[in-house]
Design a protein around this ligand. Structure first.
Ligand code: NDP
Length: 316
């Protein structure tokens, strides 16, 4: 069994930033990177809204930079995933996919959230070539173009409205005959000349020689009105929700009905002493790299304070 004072789980902006701060505070943190090293940003192309990069930066490069910075300050970087944990008592216990067992005095959960996809093969085929799950990240590439947003909730409406400020035409593809979004968001969509809502519509697939050039849609599937057709589009945005990666910790950590970890207001503190949640796993609202990075910094600062207090009480 191995022991660390601070274990960080997750290698997105929250996890790496937590490691940079904790490393600089001399905590020698251990970071378990999980399956997708670098997190969601490594699936996008250019990141243009992360401050400090006026020309934008490749998502992979940005995350690699954060990783190196964390290593420079003494983070032990492990390319393992957590498969099980026991947070019933301290030190907390963690088991990894390479068969190791760890104990830790404090824990930062930065496991992120995964955008939901429809499950079409074409979504994988055109990932980064017209398929995106983040309008704020990728919308800029569709200036003056035609895009479709799938979903009928607040996120889909928000993404469609955002994209309508860039694209010349936005189709909102909604599987039900109504929007699930709040009334105010519905109104904004209705009032927007560039957005056209396609109700009772599902996506069958995507096509295109050089990236997405169109979607195959079906209207009123299973009814007498059923009709399949092709819709020319340049971009296909998913906004059908996110799944926070919190399942492993749920027996011990409070989560909201969607599975997002509940923290103490603006602080990353959970109800468990020395356990913090940072980034998208605890953020149903903003889901931005810069916000995640900031919460990672806060979590590390809280952990540092917690560990210092522990040490003080133990040595007295
Ligand atoms: P929601 O779960 O509210 O909505 C998901 C949407 O995607 C629904 O319209 C759903 O359809 C649709 N959907 C789900 N699966 C599929 C599928 N396989 N095929 C087609 N459509 C599908 O998620 P959101 O991300 O929109 O919102 C999450 C939470 O965050 C909500 O509570 C929301 O209010 C909140 N939020 C608030 C904002 C704000 O206040 N400005 C902004 C963004 C989010 P169906 O309706 O048929 O189930």
């Amino acid at each position: 069994m191995k022991h660390t004072r601070l274990l960080i789980v997750g290698s997105g902006p929250a996890g790496y930033t937590a490691a940079i701060y904790a490393g600089r505070a001399g905590l020698e943190p251990t970071l378990m990177e999980g399956i997708q090293t670098g997190g969601q940003l490594t699936t996008t192309t250019i990141v243009e809204n992360y401050p400090g990069f006026p020309e934008g930066i490749d998502g992979f490069e940005l995350m690699d930079g954060m990783r190196q910075q964390a290593e420079r300050f003494g983070t032990l970087m492990l390319s393992t995933s957590v498969v099980k944990c026991n947070l019933a008592e301290r030190p907390y216990r963690i088991w990894t996919d390479d068969g190791e067992e760890w104990t830790t005095d404090s824990l930062i959960i930065a496991t992120g959230a995964s955008a939901k996809y429809l499950g079409l093969d074409d979504e994988r085929k055109y990932q980064g070539q017209g398929v995106s799950a983040c309008a704020t990240c990728d919308g800029f590439f569709y200036k003056g173009k035609t895009v479709a947003v799938v979903g009928g909730g607040d996120t889909a409406c928000e993404e469609a409205i955002y994209l309508s400020g860039l694209a010349s035409k936005v189709y909102l593809v909604v599987r039900k005959p109504y929007l699930r979004a709040s009334r105010i968001m519905q109104q904004r969509v209705e009032d927007n000349d560039r957005i056209e809502v396609l109700y009772e519509t599902n996506t069958l697939g995507l096509f295109g020689e050089h990236g997405v050039e169109g979607a195959r849609l079906v209207y009123a599937k299973g009814t007498e009105r059923e009709r399949e057709y092709s819709l020319p589009i340049d971009g296909f945005f998913l906004a059908i929700g996110h799944t926070p990666n919190s399942a492993l910790f749920q027996p011990w950590i409070d989560v909201d009905p969607e599975g997002y970890i509940i923290t103490d207001g603006d602080s990353p503190r959970t109800a468990l002493p020395g356990v913090y949640a940072a980034g998208d796993v605890a953020d149903p609202r903003y889901r931005q790299a810069v916000v995640a990075a900031a919460s990672g910094a806060k979590a590390a600062m809280e952990a540092e304070k917690y560990l210092a207090e522990q040490q003080y009480t133990q040595t007295r």
